[in-house]
Write a protein that binds this ligand. Structure first.
Ligand code: ADP
Ligand code: MG
Length: 328
């Protein structure tokens, strides 16, 4: 990669432990949401992260923004080790790293006007109301909405327009990096394209860097420079989006691509992921200390059940965690 890295994540892990409530005391269940994940995102680059529901995509993004504290690993932003910052230092840094959710109402307050919603982060950082108000107008203009309507409330806008408002809010403090967590998954296909175009324009205009999460490999291929495929907290393969889409190496990616192409519904990947999760019960015994996908894999052979393959370079930046492709 020729671009200098803006985000550099090394070996992060996160396990959630949930104690089950109930009449009978049950053992706490733990989920390894992110399992030894490393990645870099070059300045100005769009990295796509694709995987089924529950594969750890949101947790990974939240770790980068320090909204979730990892159990171990490093998160660097340029030369700065984000995990070493004090709360006040992190508060200042947070301006530069922002998030856009699938559901804009997660970031917008329905009881505040659009102008108040967008101004909130500015006011929180001590910017005067007059300056904030001018900035709100600029931001609305930037995302293609009419600033004269900013006295309206979010519910008066369509889903796509609300996502534009959420993007304006995320841009208020002039960040360098946006974590886009399934920003178009809830929108109609025609609206999806408009929002993706807007994001692509904004990236160029404002020199932004994105981590873009989706369960749709086709969207990731269209929108992202490089793609990483996640399954149960692990990265199974990475490469340019074109490589991963047209020549998937990991059996998981191929299985899912096959399923996606044969099903017509919008939530195809999710359904396929759920089916794979159903198989997990039988898979768990098989996998043991082996490959996380061994239990479902049609190409499984002896090494797969003995140890876990690490993400290994096959050519340049193309990496895969599969013994069938020379992983170690
Ligand atoms: P994705 O975004 O790919 O759907 P997530 O990162 O949201 O996946 O979740 C990964 C796993 O971690 C899931 O099994 C989820 O249930 C679990 N998880 C995520 N957040 C929490 C949390 N705050 N507490 C407990 N478990 C969580
Ligand atoms: Mg998620």
């Amino acid at each position: 990669m020729t671009r200098p890295p803006l985000i550099d994540v090394r070996g992060v892990n996160k396990t959630f432990t949930v104690s089950k409530r109930g009449l009978f005391r049950q053992p706490a269940a733990s989920t390894k949401a992110v399992n030894d994940v490393s990645l870099t995102i070059g300045k100005g680059e769009i990295l796509g992260c694709v995987g089924g529901s529950g594969s750890g995509k949101s947790t990974l993004g939240r770790i980068i923004l320090r909204l979730v504290e990892p159990d171990s690993g490093e998160v660097r932003y340029g030369d700065t080790d984000l995990r070493a910052l004090s709360n006040e230092e992190m508060r200042q840094y947070r301006r530069r790293l922002q998030i856009v959710f699938q559901d804009p109402l997660q970031s917008l307050n329905p009881r505040r006007t659009v102008a108040e919603n967008i101004a909130r982060p500015l006011l929180n950082f001590g910017i005067s109301a007059a300056v904030a108000s001018r900035r709100v107008d600029e931001l609305l203009d930037l995302v293609g909405l009419d600033p004269r309507q900013s006295y309206r409330y979010p519910h008066e806008y369509s889903g796509g327009q609300c996502q534009r408002i959420a993007i304006a809010r995320a841009l208020a403090l002039e960040p360098d990096f946006l974590f886009l967590d399934e920003p178009v998954s809830a929108l109609d296909v025609s609206i999806q394209a408009q929002i993706l175009n807007l994001l692509a324009d904004l990236r160029k205009k404002l020199d932004l860097t994105f981590l873009f999460v989706s369960h749709d490999l086709k969207i990731v291929k269209q929108f992202c420079d490089r793609t990483m495929v996640m399954y149960r907290g692990c990265v199974l393969e990475t490469g340019t989006s074109e490589e991963v889409y047209s020549d998937p190496l990991h059996p998981f990616t191929r299985d899912f691509l096959g399923t996606v192409l044969h099903l017509r519904k919008d939530n195809r990947w999710e359904q396929a992921a759920e089916r794979a999760e159903d198989l997990e019960g039988t898979a768990a015994g098989l996998a043991g200390s082996g490959c996380i996908y061994a239990g479902n894999c049609a190409e499984r052979f002896d090494p797969c059940t003995r140890s876990a393959p690490s993400l290994t370079a096959v050519a340049g930046e193309r990496r895969v965690a599969c013994f069938r492709h020379g992983a170690t």
